[in-house]
Write a protein that binds this ligand. Structure first.
Ligand SMILES: Nc1ncnc2c1ncn2[C@@H]1O[C@H](COP(=O)(O)OP(=O)(O)OP(=O)(O)O)[C@@H](O)[C@H]1O
Length: 552
């Protein structure tokens, strides 16, 4: 007999759930090496039983476990069966400093008796117990309210093969597909074929088939999916479909934000993909703010990430041609843009957020959080009414947009979306802003950047105080007059989120609920979620927590 399996102690069973298991197994590759293995509700503890009595104990937390499977090898002569558990603990990196999740497989050979079927059943019993316990142990923050994706869940994975360096499909098959298999998550892969493919698909698809929609691409594909969901007749229900972002682009801002919200040390590239893949398989869902953006042509689009004008938008667009260098493209673009720094004329006004109090800071975590909660949960903050007839004459609003150049857009114009939540904070774009809004005195800007999540790119931590569902727009603007060196210093500090603390007199940061931007410079670019939109007056308001995001 190769191993000796003790029955679980009946005193440690509750409602038929085994609370503890103990067994002795051999190494899957070397039958001379034996381990004692014990499973509790929270950990798998492995101890090497060596002839010299020297014992090494390793503890794996089930919160780091994605799954476990039992199997038998092809070899007819081998009566043993196997089980392998898949862990992704934080480990110190080999090359650079810091910690990141890394895959660790633990495989054991079960040879309890000479009967192969009995051994396989025992391996399956262990695999099931580890799987079930790891589902109960999900790493979660105590200050955030979650619900879980239904299990077993079915997910649709949308992959844009052109995104980033054009390797999204390889990233899927090399990294994500194995994780989904380990976690026993069935999936259907959809490879997008053209712009708006994903948007059209989610607009039409029967969403009851899917427990989550997964986007492996840049942020642009998620933008399409969100807007597709909000164009449906059943948008209120559709927008509550849990969404997962896996970084396949060159910016990957939401993926970096999601990782940051877990309070884990920062990671980039494949480590970020692995972190987001891990969160996807664990299936914890939080709320996600969306911002409705009104463009000059009356089009309304929904954004989850950012709106940029001036320096940031220009860098985003101009650095497109360097996408093969990945996230470095923003650094290259920033340096090039700094060389020809421009000033833009325009008007900016905003509705300030209520002053920060512990009560409103925890509001989001006390909101109902589940598939049936109301999508328009920001209504408690809607303290101004739509003042279409405001006579605010202090603001010399540009009514005529005929002098505004419309540049070529990456996003094709879509039909005007009448669906989605109403924007009760906004006046008509042709009317003055409501009286109680703050109008910025300056007209000369280097940049205006409205952030809805913490990161603008993997290494641009633009809004350090932002959370997925905080209900705020984090508005930053840089006034004209800043030197090139000061602007460079600002962006370098942004890498670690330190830009707000360096005392730059040209940088202003406000937490707002809504804003309006009216460019007066005849040429320029505005981007929403990294995609260029029509250039002209825009206004936006936040809708707190109306979408669902797989996070952790
Ligand atoms: N097969 C495809 N061919 C061309 N474009 C596509 C295809 N599938 C999707 N798209 C479009 O590509 C655009 C960009 O996608 P996305 O932002 O996801 O990747 P990306 O631009 O590489 O990311 P990043 O902005 O981080 O570099 C989206 O507007 C999307 O509609």
């Amino acid at each position: 007999m190769d191993n000796d399996m003790a029955e679980p102690d009946p005193s440690r069973q509750r409602n038929g759930v085994v609370e503890g298991l103990y067994g002795e197994f051999t190494d899957s590759l070397n039958s001379k090496v034996r381990y004692s293995v014990s499973l509790t509700e929270s950990a798998l503890t492995i101890q090497k039983i060596s002839s010299s009595l020297e014992q090494d104990e390793v503890v794996f937390h089930l919160a780091d476990c994605l799954g476990c499977r039992a199997y038998k090898v092809e070899d007819e002569a081998d009566v043993g069966a196997f089980f392998t558990a898949y862990f992704y603990p934080f480990k110190r990196r080999w090359i650079s400093t810091g910690m990141a999740r890394q895959k660790v497989e633990q495989c054991f050979r079960v040879a309890l008796v000479q009967d192969p079927l009995t051994n396989l059943q025992e391996a399956e019993r262990w695999a099931r117990a580890i799987r079930e316990a790891s589902i109960r142990q999900i790493p979660r923050r105590h200050d955030v309210k979650y619900y879980e994706v239904r299990r077993p869940c079915r997910v649709m994975v949308l992959v844009n093969p052109q995104s980033g360096r054009g390797q999204a499909l390889q990233l899927f098959s090399g990294q994500i597909e194995p994780m989904l298999t380990e976690a026993s998550v069935p999936y259907t892969l959809v490879i997008t074929e053209h712009q708006n493919h994903a948007r059209e698909l989610v607009r039409e698809t029967d969403l009851s088939q899917w427990d989550a929609l997964v986007i492996l691409s840049g942020d642009g594909l998620l933008f399409e999916v969100l807007n597709g969901l909000l164009e449906r007749e059943d948008w209120e229900e559709a927008i509550q479909t849990p969404l997962s972002i896996l970084p396949g682009g060159s910016g990957n801002a939401l993926a970096a934000s999601v990782h940051h919200y877990t309070k884990s040390p920062p990671v980039w590239g494949k480590e970020l993909l692995l972190s987001c893949g891990f969160l996807l398989c664990k299936g914890l869902v939080t709320q996600l703010d969306l911002v409705s953006v009104h463009l000059a042509s009356s089009q309304r689009i929904f954004s989850f990430l950012s709106l940029a004008w001036g320096f940031v938008a220009d860098v985003d667009i101009e650095s497109e041609k360097y996408r093969l260098v990945g996230p470095m493209r923003f650094l290259v673009g920033t340096l090039m843009r700094l060389a020809s720094l421009k000033v833009y004329q325009g008007r900016l006004a905003y509705l300030p957020a209520p002053p920060f109090t512990p009560q409103n800071s925890s509001l989001c975590s006390s909101l109902p959080c589940g598939p049936n909660s109301s999508p328009n949960q920001n209504s408690r903050h809607n303290h101004i009414t739509n003042s279409n007839h405001s006579t605010n004459s202090n603001h010399n609003i540009a009514h005529n947009s005929s002098n505004i150049a419309i540049t070529t857009m990456r996003t094709e114009p879509q039909p005007v979306n009448q669906k989605g939540p109403p924007d009760s904070l906004l006046a008509d774009l042709e009317q003055p802003v409501p009286d109680h809004w703050t109008v910025v005195n300056e007209q000369d800007f280097v940049l205006v950047l409205a952030m809805f999540q913490s990161h603008l790119a993997e290494d641009l931590f633009a809004a350090p105080g932002a959370a997925a569902d905080d209900g705020f727009i984090h508005l930053l603007y840089v006034r004209a007059g800043i030197s090139r060196l000061a602007l460079l210093t600002l962006f370098m500090a942004m890498e670690k989120g330190g830009h707000l603390a360096i005392g730059c007199p040209h940088l202003v940061y406000e937490r707002v609920k809504a804003f309006r931007l009216e460019p007066l410079s005849p040429e320029g670019a505005i981007t929403v979620d990294g995609e260029m939109v029509e250039y002209g007056p825009v206004q936006a308001q936040v809708h707190e927590g109306i979408a669902r995001l797989i996070s952790g």
